[in-house]
Design a protein around this ligand. Structure first.
Ligand code: SF4
Ligand code: SF4
Length: 380
């Protein structure tokens, strides 16, 4: 079993919370958020700032990394689509690899769209921050960006990954180390990081560097962790494609559209990265609903990733129905990058459906032991 750096040595996480000049605090209880961050696993420093993206804020990140000997950073602020690269520079200036940071989008996708329920919005911001902390624990120093990688010990040479790669970044060739049997190879320069090959691989031989299975599963575990408060129920996960629905979610924030706060977002680069096993795991852990939001056919950043998702998840829906799940608990909807109103409407309708359906009939502790659905890649 290959352990990550944080698993071997423990992690020293720094959490940086932005007030955005008071705008975030209009909807969220910032003191509660700060207190919550201090209690985070492996969190050794928490700092709050008026404008993290300004020079003073970026300098604070760099200096805190050095003074507190941080080895990874979470920034709870605006959208990673806006400022992740800027904060990556601060992390590099602090002496860390640029991969050792993640962001919780508590502005566009929390504070600006959940202005009517402060308690629920704060609870959501805390969860999104916890999910980023859980994810960053599995980040490894890596300069290759977000690409797919092969564990050749697991690869059987079936070639499915090659068949789903739209940019021909995967080749299968005989490998002397494996008795001349075919093994997959990823051309890191050609890979554009969609992740379609990872979720297609039947033996979990593929993974990604920035949206790895461990990172996503850590987010799912954290989002579904039992909580006492009423405000975090129902538990709904929304898988949002970076280039399509995630953009609309950010725009919904800019337009201050009103969205029900009872869902937690997991960002992937393409909906084709969403692994059916994540859905099974989440439902077995008590998720009340799961929604995948991808772009419409013809609007996919990776050409046909959304079509693959549609096909794969339609099969999964049939399986879930066989298991007695109401098929509405798991839905796939199209939301493009320029449809903030549709995004808001889709989420609000879905949350309402799940509220009417009531809690997931699976009680994780009494019916399904989550360990029984541990996925093979957890033991890589
Ligand atoms: S799909 Fe998986 S097992 Fe098949 S060739 Fe690709 S990496 Fe190997
Ligand atoms: S992540 Fe996408 S682009 Fe990269 S190898 Fe896999 S399918 Fe091809």
């Amino acid at each position: 079993m290959v352990k990550t750096m944080a698993e071997q040595n423990g992690a020293r996480v720094g959490v940086f919370i932005c007030r955005c000049g008071g705008q975030i605090g209009l909807s969220l209880d910032m003191s509660s958020l700060e207190e919550h961050a201090h209690a985070g696993s492996d969190v050794v420093a928490v700092r709050t700032c008026d404008y993290l993206c300004h020079e003073e804020g970026r300098k604070m990140i760099t200096e805190t990394i050095k003074s507190e000997r941080l080895d990874r950073v979470v920034v709870a602020a605006c959208s990673p689509k806006l400022y992740l690269e800027t904060f990556q520079e601060s992390v590099v200036q602090g002496g860390l690899n640029r991969n050792m940071i993640d962001m919780a989008n508590i502005r566009e996708q929390v504070a600006w769209v959940h202005q009517k329920d402060r308690a629920a919005a704060t609870s959501k911001a805390e969860d999104m921050m916890d999910m980023a902390i859980a994810k960053v624990r599995y980040h490894e120093p890596d300069d290759r960006g977000n690409i797919s990688v092969v564990n050749k010990k697991r690869c059987t040479g079936c070639g499915i990954c090659e068949s789903v790669c739209n940019v021909n970044a995967i080749t299968l060739s005989p490998d002397a180390e494996y008795g001349g049997k075919r093994r997959a190879n990823v051309n890191a320069k050609a890979c554009v990081g969609c992740g379609a090959c990872v979720s297609a691989c039947p033996t979990a031989a593929m993974d990604q560097t920035y949206f790895s299975n461990k990172q996503i599963l850590a987010q799912i575990d954290t989002a579904l962790a039992p909580k006492e408060d009423e405000v975090s129920s129902p538990k709904i996960l929304v898988f949002s494609c970076n280039w399509c629905s995630y953009g609309s979610a950010d725009q919904a924030g800019l337009k201050r559209l009103d969205i029900d706060p009872h869902f937690r977002t997991v960002r992937t680069m393409c909906s084709a990265r969403v692994d059916p096993e994540w859905i099974l795991k989440a439902l077995s852990m008590g998720a009340d609903g799961i929604l995948i939001l991808s772009g419409r056919p013809g609007r996919c950043h990776y050409d046909v990733g959304n079509i693959r998702t549609r096909k794969r998840m339609t099969l999964l829906k049939m399986v879930l129905k066989e298991y007695g799940f109401d098929e509405n608990r798991f839905q796939i909807k199209f939301v493009d990058a320029d449809q903030p109103e549709k995004y808001a409407e889709t989420i609000n309708e879905y949350v309402q459906i799940i509220k009417e359906l009531g809690p997931n009939p699976i009680v994780p502790t009494s019916i399904v032991d989550p360990k029984r659905v541990e996925l093979p890649y957890l033991n890589l």
